[in-house]
Design a protein around this ligand. Structure first.
Ligand code: KDO
Length: 334
């Protein structure tokens, strides 16, 4: 006959053993926090792509990462992400060529109007050997690693009031909102307008109240940030095929083993691909939507804009800092 006391003891012992053997597992399972900061609004594709990254990591590396997504510049304001990453206060962000150009001047080449031709060209240049070369300097100087470039969209003019716009001269005196760095302002002025600095989060109100006359963004952003509600015209200048870069702080990157790095990189590439596909589709369909909302869409000949903008860059201090032959190598990429 079995002694009931003994079997109870045996049971308790087994339970304790199970607990002991369970604890190292749960300790080891402590996940790595990945804080994301973006100025993007929830409805924009480069906000939604972070959920793709999160889901991809949950699938590939269950329990290993905790992705915390902060939208609308709620964690760090637009343009402050690179410094936060370098200081270890942030792990992931999508920053622009304009942000990188402040530290790595070669990147101002990708802020120049009419330099990249289309999304495929952008991805071939920035996702190929030219990108890879430049990202080494980004890592060394900014303490961040580029995981993937992405297509933010082609920037178009969006005017508060209807206006004939055929050449840069027609933009004279127009207060065109641009983000607040000198490279952005240069682009706005090169188009013929009066570039006026304003943070992304203030653009809607600026258009509504008339402190600015126009803004430029890719069509999907003009839709998701609802700028079409407070403007009357879209003018298709196609002046910048714009990029962003999904980046991770080197502090976090270097703390991962090779498998963790690969999982994070795969998830970033999946997020970028998702963004690119959705955005390119949207760009094809949105003009009809804007017209249905009563907006005027105009498509001037872009040649006079291209000529003026390219001449402005060619004579600029920025162009003097572009590595010799880089612009030609970029143009030669098919
Ligand atoms: C903008 O402020 O117009 C801009 O499009 C600039 C981009 O570099 C990027 O910061 C973007 O805003 C935000 O992600 C919001 O869409």
């Amino acid at each position: 006959m079995t002694d009931p006391t003994l079997s109870r003891r045996a049971l308790m012992g087994a339970a304790a053993a199970a607990l002991v053997s369970a604890s190292p597992v749960s300790l080891a399972a402590k996940s790595t926090l990945l804080r994301v900061s973006t100025p993007a609004v929830a409805d924009d594709w480069h906000a939604k792509m972070w959920t793709v990254l999160k889901e991809q990591l949950d699938k590939q590396a269950a329990g290993q990462f905790e992705v915390q997504i902060n939208l609308n510049g709620s964690l760090f304001k637009q343009g402050a992400e690179a410094v936060a990453l370098a200081r270890g206060n942030l792990e992931l962000a999508s920053i622009s060529a304009f942000d990188i150009a402040k530290v790595v001047p070669a990147f101002s080449l990708f802020t120049a109007g009419y330099m990249l031709r289309d999304p495929a060209h952008l991805m071939a240049v920035l996702g190929g050997p030219i990108g890879a070369e430049l990202y080494k300097e980004v890592s060394a100087k900014m303490d961040i690693t580029v995981l993937s470039p992405l297509y933010l969209g082609t920037r178009e003019l969006n005017l508060r009031q209807k206006r004939e716009v055929k050449t840069p001269a027609d933009l004279k005196g127009l207060k065109l909102r641009m983000p607040s760095t000198k490279e952005w302002l240069f682009l706005g002025n090169a188009l013929g307008a009066t570039a006026t600095p304003l943070a992304f989060g203030e653009v809607y109100l600026g258009l509504k109240t008339g402190t600015i006359d126009a803004q430029d963004n890719p069509l999907p952003t003009t839709k998701s940030a609802k700028f079409y509600e407070v403007t009357q015209q879209i003018t298709l200048t196609h002046h910048l095929v714009d990029s962003l870069f999904i980046v991770v702080s080197n502090k976090l990157w270097n703390s991962l083993d090779a498998a963790g790095q690969q999982q994070l990189k795969n998830a970033a590439v999946a997020a970028a691909n998702y963004n690119n596909t959705q955005r390119i589709t949207d760009e094809k369909n949105l003009l009809a939507y804007f017209e249905s909302q009563g907006m005027r869409v105009t498509a001037p000949d872009v040649a006079p804009f291209r000529t003026a903008v390219q001449a402005a860059y060619a004579g600029s201090d920025m162009a003097k800092q572009w590595p010799a032959g880089l612009a030609e190598r970029v143009a030669a990429v098919r």
